[in-house]
Design a protein around this ligand. Structure first.
Ligand SMILES: *[C@@H]1O[C@H](CO)[C@@H](O)[C@H](O)[C@H]1NC(C)=O
Ligand SMILES: *[C@@H]1O[C@H](CO)[C@@H](O)[C@H](O)[C@H]1NC(C)=O
Ligand SMILES: *[C@@H]1O[C@H](CO)[C@@H](O)[C@H](O)[C@H]1NC(C)=O
Ligand SMILES: *[C@@H]1O[C@H](CO)[C@@H](O)[C@H](O)[C@H]1NC(C)=O
Ligand SMILES: *[C@@H]1O[C@H](CO)[C@@H](O)[C@H](O)[C@H]1NC(C)=O
Ligand SMILES: *[C@@H]1O[C@H](CO)[C@@H](O)[C@H](O)[C@H]1NC(C)=O
Length: 244
């Protein structure tokens, strides 16, 4: 009996030691689980960087290629997997990376819809999904990411209209939506956003007259080529290209 109690006591000691250690490392298991789900949703990885690299539970996920963590809390703050030729859908677990500030998946072959779970990422400042094969509508809920400063969804297969909700980003500076199959009007509220510096809507099948509000002087670059637009442009408008 005494022996049994002693063993039980040891077990409790061991369990609390392990818990203590995980608090010290304070790496959030939720982030690791989310990244592993993200990995398993990738169907093709031509360079085998994710599927065959160190994206395994054996290595600390903060050191996985493309992953950046905050120093103190060991939470994922940036995920950059651009230019890797990845094919697959996004995993809804992506929405659990609650400290993510930058998501850059440009120039891959991600398909499916832009998941609504991305709108759970309230700390997101930069969302770059350009040059993929995302289809469907732009989720209006992306407007919940109130810290967004840069959003590029250009060069995909997105349809529908620019959500009305996009008028509510308090910090948005650059918005790239060109080369999609967007329809409808260019919403005039976009011109009301005093933080907005760049907006590109080229080749997006938008059909409407150009809202004059778009050309307030705070907007340094408006690129609207190749739309079925009517109306006239301000004569002093210059077209400039900005890098993200
Ligand atoms: C994972 O791979 C990258 C690139 O090869 C390397 O920089 C990083 O140190 C590796 N991490 C671990 C934990 O081995
Ligand atoms: C896109 O990524 C591929 C590698 O997957 C690379 O060869 C190509 O140069 C990249 N294209 C651009 C425009 O960056
Ligand atoms: C993470 O996200 C998925 C899918 O969105 C969900 O099912 C899961 O319960 C979430 N939470 C954790 C802690 O992984
Ligand atoms: C880990 O992240 C999840 C989801 O963001 C959160 O609910 C949980 O409290 C976090 N745990 C720790 C130990 O930080
Ligand atoms: C315009 O967008 C369509 C898809 O909507 C795409 O196939 C085409 O290559 C784009 N053209 C240019 C010049 O970007
Ligand atoms: C733009 O802002 C002005 C004043 O802040 C407001 O009266 C107007 O309704 C807004 N226009 C749009 C299209 O949101």
């Amino acid at each position: 009996m005494e022996k049994f109690i002693f063993i039980a006591f040891l077990d409790v000691m061991l369990a609390s030691l392990l818990m203590f250690q995980s608090v010290i490392c304070s790496s959030n298991f939720t982030d690791q689980v989310a990244l592993l789900h993200f990995k398993s949703a990738i169907k093709i990885d031509p360079t085998n960087t994710i599927k065959g690299g160190n994206w395994t539970a054996e290595a600390n996920f903060c050191e996985w290629i493309g992953v950046v963590c905050s120093n103190r809390k060991q939470r994922v703050t940036a995920l950059d997997l651009s230019h890797m030729g990845l094919h697959g859908r996004l995993s809804p677990y992506l929405g659990n990376l609650s400290f993510l500030a930058s998501l850059d998946l440009r120039n891959n072959s991600f398909y499916g819809t832009i998941l609504i779970e991305i709108s759970h990422l309230r700390r997101l400042k930069k969302l770059v999904l350009e040059d993929n094969q995302f289809a469907g509508n732009i989720p209006p809920n992306l407007a919940w990411c109130q810290n967004l400063e840069v959003m590029s969804l250009m060069m995909n297969r997105l349809m529908g209209s620019i959500p009305r909700e996009f008028g509510t980003f308090p910090k948005l500076q650059k918005l790239y939506l060109g080369s999609n199959d967007l329809r409808g009007q260019i919403p005039s509220f976009l011109g009301n956003r005093s933080t907005l510096q760049v907006i590109t809507l080229f080749n997006a099948s938008l059909t409407s007259s150009i809202p004059l509000a778009l050309f307030n002087r705070l907007l340094t670059s408006v690129i609207l080529m190749d739309n079925y637009l009517s109306g006239s442009l301000p004569s002093d408008l210059c077209y400039r290209w900005h890098d993200i």
